[in-house]
Design a protein around this ligand. Structure first.
Ligand code: PMV
Length: 359
């Protein structure tokens, strides 16, 4: 991707809308070598209806820049607290993205769910930003990449690891695993062969706590370095991935439900047994889990919970049983949510490139 020296330096623009994702098998812990390489392989569904839209305008400048130059706005307002992560990301791609040396960036991002609602937005945000970066470099060099999505997945990982899985409508698999030959640590690949029945599954994000997490994921990953249970966790994650892949292919619901819930609890267990021992679940996180277990026991409906690195509960369920499940949520679960807030999403959307008219 070399800069064409005869090319006029012009303003470039790119915009993408990308979904967030929720992991079934969790990425928790990084390899000690390399940049943002996962200690274990993970798999996630994208959340089609919980998205970030990012527009990057690249303004040409006279001088050759020595480091990335950018301004960042979230919902049309500067957001200084996001700048260090974006700067680190741009520095990591600096050597291969030559347009960055001759353009100053205005990055404008917005989420279609309220910021501060406790839904992780970095996966959606870095997925969209990475796709814009690839597009801008292609426009600048005049040479399309053979696999731009793969490249976007690779570089989005350098901003936020889990972002690399927000690229496909199929479940995204990130990390080397014997089950999928092309899977690797550098970028995510789509899982093939998922049973049709999972295509109707959905997610309801139940907001227990809408405030910023007290311990960031960056810190959480680091805590694995001195966690005496880390190696056992990585072995267990390996088994979970085998089980989830198999369950997704064969529509083995008991195995799917058991493994997904176990993964959520293992993630939080690792926090509790880490050197700094912390808890991100809240009393109502547990109360909701117990409600879900009791409801499943009683109705045998296809549903399970999972958790991100926070207090909110993701209720995954087969959308074909939506009425009964929404009824349960509204009557029994919402009283346990902060301001009765929840967000529904289909699973399995992929990023969309936006035309000028939509920006
Ligand atoms: O991508 P990060 O660094 O924010 O880490 C995400 C970690 C989890 O969301 C807890 C799990 C996952 O695999 O998405």
């Amino acid at each position: 991707m070399e800069r064409n020296s005869t090319k006029l330096v012009t303003k470039l623009i790119s915009s993408y809308k990308s979904p967030s994702n929720i992991a079934l098998v969790k990425y928790w812990g990084k390899k000690n070598k390399g940049i943002q390489l996962p200690a274990n392989a993970s798999i996630s569904f994208t959340l089609s209806d919980l998205c970030a839209t990012t527009i990057v305008e690249a303004m040409p400048c006279e001088e050759v820049l020595k480091e990335p130059s950018f301004m960042f706005q979230l919902n049309d307002l500067p957001k200084a607290s996001f700048e260090p992560k974006i700067k680190a990301f741009l520095k990591r791609i600096w050597d291969n993205y030559s347009f960055l040396k001759s353009h100053r960036l205005l990055i404008r991002s917005s989420n279609n769910f309220p910021h501060g609602a406790g839904i992780a937005s970095s996966a959606a945000g870095f997925s969209a930003l990475a796709l814009c970066m690839v597009d801008l470099q292609e426009q600048f060099s005049g040479t399309p990449l053979i696999d731009s999505k793969r490249e976007a997945s690779r570089i989005s990982r350098l901003g936020s690891g889990s972002a690399c899985r927000s690229m496909f409508s199929e479940p995204g698999v990130w990390g080397k695993t014997k089950d999928i030959e092309e899977a690797c640590d550098e970028y995510a690949v789509p899982m093939t062969g998922m049973h049709e029945s999972f295509k109707s599954w959905k997610d309801i994000v139940l907001i227990v706590d809408a405030s910023e997490k007290s311990v960031s994921s960056t810190e959480g990953h680091q805590q694995l370095n001195n966690n005496i249970y880390a190696e056992s966790r990585y072995l267990s994650a390996k088994k979970s991935l085998d089980l989830v892949l198999d369950a997704l292919k064969k529509h083995n619901l008991p195995a799917f439900i058991h493994t997904v819930e176990s993964e959520a609890l293992q993630l939080h267990a690792m926090m509790m047994v880490s050197p700094m021992h912390y808890i991100l679940m809240e009393p109502n996180t547990l109360a909701i889990i117990q409600k879900i277990w009791a409801f499943r026991e009683e109705t045998h409906l296809p549903l399970c919970f999972t958790l991100d690195a926070g207090a909110n509960v993701h209720l995954l369920y087969d959308g074909r049983e939506e009425d009964k499940i929404i009824n349960f949520v509204e009557n029994e679960v919402l009283p346990l949510c902060s301001q009765k807030q929840y967000f529904c999403s289909d699973l399995g959307g992929e990023p969309i490139k936006l035309n000028d008219i939509e920006k």
